[in-house]
Every structure is written in C-alpha cells, then in structure tokens.
Design a protein around this ligand. Structure first.
Ligand code: SF4
Length: 255
C-alpha cells in the first residue's frame, strides 16, 4: 500500500529532533530502537516535545528491555547456556539488583562486564569461577560504572512515557512485557497510531539460522551463507547487520 514519500535522516542524538521538527512543516518520525541504555534519552526528548506541544514530532517504538528476555532464555527447556555476560551499558541504568532472577533456583551465573578487553576477560573469569564452584550469583565486574540500584532517575523518565508491551523477539517469539510502547496518554505522539502503520512481520530469510545463533544453539559457521553470500557489505540476515551482530562479530574476530 502507498505509504507516502519521505526522507530518511540519521541523527547524532535524539535531542536534535526538537529543532528538526520545529524547522519542518512536515511530520518528523523518529524510529526509537534500543534497550534501557538509549530509551531514557529518547523518552526525555519526547516528554519535552509533549510539554512544548510540538505537533509534528512522532515516535515509532521498537524498544526492548532485558530482564524479560533473560527470563525467557532461562525458561527454554533445552537451553544452551552456562552463564550471562551482562551488558555494562544497560546495567548502568537498571543496576545489578535487577538481575536477582539469576540467583533463583535454576538460574545461572551472571556477571556485568565492561567493554575494555581486560573488563571482558575479568567478567569471563568470574563466570568460570562460579561455574567451577557450582554457584549462580550476580557479580559486578564493572563497578566503576555500574551501581547496585543503577540510575533511578533515568528509569523514572522511561516509565513516565512508556508502558510494557509484548512483541516478537528474534528466535524467542513474543516475550511478555519484553518491549516498551507509548502509554495511552501519549498516543498523539505514536507514529504507529497516527499513521495507522501495518503490522510488522518478522522472519528469517531462507537459509539464515540467525535465531539459533542468537540462542547459542548454533555457531555462525554452521550457516552455509556465512562469509559467502552473507557479509557485512551484503547482509542476508540480521545477525550480519552492524558490528554488534553475532555473525558480523564472528566473521571479524573468528574463533
Ligand atoms: S551468516 Fe547471515 S544468513 Fe547466516 S545466520 Fe548469520 S546473518 Fe543469517
């Protein structure tokens, strides 16, 4: 169906949006992607847009949150994981206390890691130590940035604008409360509602085993397209898109 014409622009920061919308006579739609790391900044911009009654700025939400995803991974009957290397940037917002589900019976070791090579190695060491001791605790391997209670102010900003939603995740299906969408009181900002956008259907392209790669059940090298038909320059599946994609990282750094 005809969806109109428009320009796609990348912005360095969502804070550029207010100025961009004020200078435009057309609707400006921001595609909000990300986890707890990026959501608070985007939320603060849209709360300000609402406060300043900027009528032509809209948000299309593709926000995810991590804890329901960890729960879904733990609940997979034939799960293939021994521990979680927990992301430092998300943990700076949600805090180590948010991961208490990993310490419940049936949990696995979880260690918050920083991004320097030494941080990663240290966190892996802590996971291995827990495995060798038969423990499943949450440890903070990135204490210079991550605190036990994270950043309550950032979470409060998120929660003012957004509410839990249940949308599909690659390889995991619909995760209850695993997404964040605009609250009903902010429907005026919601591009999905305002432009009556069609439902997005997720699928793996033929031959792509990205879902199994994400779940740790298969390695990128098990995919017949890996490094041949599927490369960072011409990605077939989503795991090859961006330097953070599992297949793209594997292609770059190898075993
Ligand atoms: S190499 Fe490409 S096609 Fe294969 S699993 Fe990865 S993203 Fe999918």
């Amino acid at each position: 169906r005809y969806m109109g014409t428009g320009r796609v622009r990348m912005v360095y920061s969502p804070t550029d949006l207010l100025d961009m919308a004020l200078k435009s006579e057309k609707p400006v739609v921001f595609l909000g992607i990300g986890f707890e790391t990026t959501i608070p900044t985007i939320a603060s911009v849209f709360l300000k847009a609402e406060q300043e009654k900027i009528a032509n700025l809209f948000l299309y939400t593709a926000f995810k949150v991590i804890i329901p995803a960890l729960r879904a991974l733990l609940d997979i009957p034939d799960r293939y994981l021994d521990g979680f290397l927990l992301p430092g940037h998300v943990s700076a917002i949600i805090g180590t206390e948010a991961y208490s589900l990993l310490e419940e019976p049936g949990g696995v070791p979880g260690v918050v890691a920083g991004f320097e090579p030494a941080d990663m190695l240290f966190a892996i060491l802590l996971i291995l130590r827990q495995i060798s001791r038969g423990e499943n605790r949450v440890e903070n391997g990135y204490p210079r940035v991550v605190k036990a209670d994270g950043n309550p102010r950032a979470r409060e900003i998120m929660e003012r604008l957004l509410t839990p939603g249940s949308e599909p995740w690659r390889g995991l299906g619909i995760i209850p409360d695993g997404s964040r969408r605009l609250k009903d009181e902010f429907r005026r900002l919601d591009a999905d509602v305002v432009f009556d956008l069609p439902e997005i259907k997720d699928y793996d392209p033929p031959g792509c085993i990205c879902a199994s790669v994400i779940l740790g059940k298969k390695s990128p090298v098990d995919c017949s397209l890996f490094g041949k038909k599927c490369t960072p320059e011409n990605p077939v599946g989503p795991c090859m898109v961006s330097s953070e994609g599992s297949c793209a990282a594997y292609l770059k750094y190898g075993d």
